[in-house]
Design a protein around this ligand. Structure first.
Ligand code: SF4
Length: 218
């Protein structure tokens, strides 16, 4: 894929987006732009299916929709609310610990700087970027496994890790797509360009794709 073809690719993906399931964390952000909710639902979503994340987030926020309220819950209660999310006990400890630091160090508010977010236990660049983009509307590029895989398949980047992909995208992706690319490629990856056997024969962006590393497809 040539670098300047990104505009056409993003336009085609936007046309297709309406027919795909919306990623769970995006649904949380669309309902209400709450950095706290984006942060917590992103932690719940790691290694967890989207439908489980959506249901667990809804149960969690019905009981505690702020750091102050979350801090009043015991870790066991948080674990029970987010079960069966993957690693729910570990995540319950992380969520409780984050709530404690938010209340004691940040006045109950989620900070809007990458450096501050990365200092929370359980928060990596993917989560921090999602909080900045979906929670605060600030520039950032959230690179998860779908964004990393698809950008490399397209031949738009040539990288070995999501972090390298984020840096490559920061260098060449036009700013107008920084926030949108995660949502579009996560939905595309979940619904069409699957990790194993992507649906290349019916792909709207196939003419732009170098199919790097694709061994089997439909
Ligand atoms: Fe993914 Fe295949 Fe489409 Fe390339 S052509 S983006 S590998 S589905």
């Amino acid at each position: 894929m040539k670098v300047d073809e990104i505009h056409r690719v993003m336009a085609l993906l936007r046309e297709e987006y309406a027919s795909w399931r919306t990623p769970a964390v995006t649904i949380v952000a669309e309902c209400e732009r709450s950095p706290f909710k984006v942060l917590v639902s992103c932690i719940i979503s790691l290694r967890t299916k989207d439908e489980v994340t959506a249901a667990a987030s809804a149960r969690m926020f019905a009981r505690a929709d702020s750091a102050e309220r979350m801090l009043k819950l015991a870790e066991d209660e948080i674990a029970a609310l987010i079960y069966p999310a993957g690693f729910y006990r570990t995540k319950a400890g992380q969520i409780h610990g984050i709530a404690h630091r938010l209340v004691t160090e940040f006045g109950g508010n989620v900070p809007d700087e990458m450096e501050d977010l990365l200092r929370f236990r359980g928060v990596g660049r993917k989560t921090a970027n999602l909080v900045l983009t979906l929670g605060f509307g600030k520039p950032g590029i959230c690179v998860d496994t779908h964004v990393h895989r698809i950008c490399n398949r397209l031949g738009y980047v040539s990288t070995r890790s999501p972090e390298q992909t984020e840096m490559a995208l920061r260098a060449q992706l036009p700013g107008e797509y920084w926030i949108a690319i995660n949502d579009l490629l996560v939905a595309f990856g979940q619904n069409h360009c699957h990790p194993i056997s992507p649906r290349c024969t019916t792909c709207r962006i196939a003419e732009f794709c170098s199919r790097v590393g694709v061994k089997t497809s439909r």
